[in-house]
Design a protein around this ligand. Sequence first.
Ligand code: TYM
Length: 354
Amino acid sequence: MNTFKPLVFSGVQPTGNLHLGNYLGAIRKFVALQENNDCIYCVVDLHALTAQLVHDDMASQIRSITAAFLASGIDPKSHIVFNQSAVPQHAELAWIFNCVARIGWMNRMTQFKDKAGKDRENASLGLFAYPSLMAADILVYRATHVPVGDDQKQHLELARDIAMKFNMDFMEKIRASGYGVDITVGEEPVHAYFPMVEPLIDGPAPRVMSLKDGTKKMSKSDPSDLSRINLMDDAETIARKIRKAKTDPDALPSEVDGLKGRPEADNLVGIFAALADKTKAEVLGEFGGQQFSVFKPALIELAVDVLAPVNAEMRRLMADPGHIDAVLRDGGQRARERAEKTMKEVRDIIGFVQ
Ligand code: TYM
């Protein structure tokens, strides 16, 4: 039982073009969750420095992710939309978490290994500590639910480990402070300051794969632009990329089981299902037995139908950077107030004089 007030938090890095993976794995879920939850959505600009320090177009990248949030239907008045650097409490809590997290935990992070590549000695310290900042992003609001794509699962497990160790190490002080909450972790009752965050990964497209290779994640860093659909692609480009997407020679199966061992077919069916708000089984109910020559045109029509209005609204919003900046400033101010409340309590629990 989790007795923390439910709060949704998630973040997207302002690096490179947003693609269909970001949209289906994350942003579309952000939009759905705002119906019944208090939500905070963040453009994580501090994270963008970890892999590349100098960005010529940082401001426009931040505005473009913000535009994508708004164009997709996130309401910045009922919820909070802001950029991470506007709330210095994230970095403050991240430092404390750097002292909570163990080097052994960080060494197990597969994304660090992938991103650092062979030249590990030359990766930034920020890239290594990245998951600790990510834990701080979430926990500085004591958020309980985090919608993300499948690739962030390990980072969220680490956020739970950090929260748990903080709760355990400071247990007596948390109890004395009166800021704690009674929760159950497994069977164990724990008096906690930080919640155990729940990842929200499910859905038909938790991991959207490359259009050129169904075993590789769709990614901003893939050198081939044909491997991904970008949110800023026009209808003709979307159509061309889907037409050229890799497939196999067989017809689509009628059951989800039949997608096993057919990564490209599985990926395209998952994309269709996520765009249509259906399950893969429903999509196969409609297209089972059909060839890709029938399925691809239907997918093109659906993808263009869903993405064209987002694309058009993003372009409209990007033409008025003053409006986007005002949204971020307003969100930043409200986020800061909430984050500072947590940090006052954290400083108190630790024993800092303030
Ligand atoms: P980022 O910016 O790489 O990606 C943003 C979101 O898109 C999801 N995603 C995908 N989902 C499905 N299929 C794909 N091919 C795909 N590619 C990306 C990611 O899982 C993510 O949800 N570390 C995070 C940003 C972050 C964050 C946080 C997220 C920083 N602090 C706190 C949640 C909570 C990242 O790099 O996402």
